[in-house]
Write a protein that binds this ligand. Structure first.
Ligand code: SF4
Length: 210
């Protein structure tokens, strides 16, 4: 399995371009044949303030637009939540645990399975190595677990939501996914409060490094 990690002799931008190329031709998941590989410069700048990691591109969202968390209902919710944090898309990088849109036999979105998550794991590690955002925000349990596999943090979403933790050399902020389904467990107003706290962490960090 090919893994692309930053080559010290090339710039991050060049290494990111090579990763995009690698992912574009990735054939590890037969179930994703014909799906868009949702990784490009449209995910955000590699010098982002916050790296958001969600579960998978949606059929009507990232798979259609090529930009994670746009166009569909989750994307609309996410954009409103970003406003609560005082963040804009040009300061964040958004990606997913799996970079293609998983669908069921009736062509509906489905959660990625364990094999697909494992197949895409090295792509996630490569993005974490290249996007050096000081804050990593996971959106939902799948993303939080994916980071636990990279370096154990032992966090559970329900108890950890909206708080910041040290993880590797960054801050990790677990958040709920902005989907309508997740709003049942964490309604929009509560999620907006979580994002307000995230905005505070970003501003604290900016002050401490000024
Ligand atoms: S989900 Fe990830 S590992 Fe699977 S085909 Fe898409 S890019 Fe490759």
């Amino acid at each position: 399995m090919t893994t692309l990690l930053p080559d010290p002799s090339s710039s991050c931008a060049e290494a990111f371009a090579r990763l995009v190329q690698l992912v574009a031709s990735c054939q590890r998941c037969p179930s994703m044949a014909g799906r868009r590989r949702v990784l490009s410069e449209h995910n955000g700048p590699i010098d982002a303030l916050v790296l958001f990691i969600a579960e998978a591109p949606g059929r009507l969202g990232g798979d259609r637009s090529g930009i994670p968390l746009t166009a569909d209902r989750s994307g609309q919710n996410f954009n409103r939540l970003l406003t609560s944090a005082g963040l804009t898309r040009d300061r964040i990088f958004v990606t997913n645990v799996v970079l293609c849109n998983p669908r069921d036999a009736r062509d509906r979105n489905r959660p990625p399975n364990k094999v697909e998550i494992l197949n895409c794991h090295s792509h996630l590690e490569a993005q974490l190595a290249l996007v050096e955002a000081p804050i990593v925000a996971t959106l939902g349990t799948t993303a939080l677990r994916a980071l636990d596999r990279i370096e154990p943090h032992g966090l559970r979403l329900r108890e950890a939501v909206g708080q910041q933790f040290s993880w590797r050399d960054r801050r990790l902020v677990p958040l709920y996914h902005p989907s309508e389904q997740a709003m049942i467990s964490r309604p929009f107003a509560r999620q907006a409060e979580d994002y307000q706290r995230l905005g505070c962490y970003v501003r604290e960090l900016a002050r401490s490094t000024a």
